[in-house]
Write a protein that binds this ligand. Structure first.
Ligand code: GNR
Ligand code: NI
Length: 167
């Protein structure tokens, strides 16, 4: 297994639209394993492939206390949503920034597992927030996009400055 590098906002590669996974092969399994290791090491509750510069539609999620309930979703799609909730979100690609975002409270996701088998899964609360946050990454979107233009500009400047100082 290997730790993968995580892209940082406002890297333009985070804006790319990810493409569907078509091959459920050993290379995919290695990527999923490496993404899980990277998520646990960070630590984060989810990770989407484009954050590690792989522009394919796969995400890993673990919102459990014990960090022992890994979920993998390949080509995930929201097939139903209900209600709304506000949650303070963070993102491994937007380090040190936290802001409230409103999303659906309950969701139903359709996806494939690592063997290519289709399944559906229902989620609520933080798990639902996390899955919506990860699917956004697949569409080139980060939580900062939901904030006011002024807040977006402040975050962009702050992270650009940090990136310069770490060179
Ligand atoms: O680790 C993460 N925590 C988090 C907290 C609130 C809402 C969403 C998240 S996802 C984030 C990991 C990440 O950046 N995934 O893309
Ligand atoms: Ni994120």
């Amino acid at each position: 297994m290997a730790l993968l590098g995580i892209l940082t906002y406002p890297d333009p590669r985070l804006l790319e639209l990810s493409q569907a996974v078509e091959q459920f092969d050993a290379e995919l399994h290695r990527l999923l394993d490496d993404m899980a290791e990277t998520m646990y090491q960070a630590p984060g509750v989810g990770l989407a492939a484009p954050q590690v510069n792989v522009h394919r539609r796969l995400i890993v999620v673990d919102v459990s206390e014990q960090r022992d309930a890994l979920q993998e979703f390949i080509n995930p799609e929201l097939v139903a949503t209900d209600g709304s909730q506000e949650c303070e979100e963070g993102c491994l690609s937007v380090p040190g920034i936290y802001a409230n975002v409103t999303r659906a409270e309950h969701i139903r996701v359709r996806a494939r597992n690592r063997h290519g088998e289709a399944f559906e899964h229902e989620a609520s609360g933080l798990e639902a927030v996390c899955i919506q946050h990860e699917i956004d990454h697949l569409d080139g979107k980060v939580f900062v996009d939901y904030l006011s233009p002024l807040k977006q500009e402040r975050i962009r400047k702050k992270l650009q400055k940090q990136a310069r100082q770490s060179m």
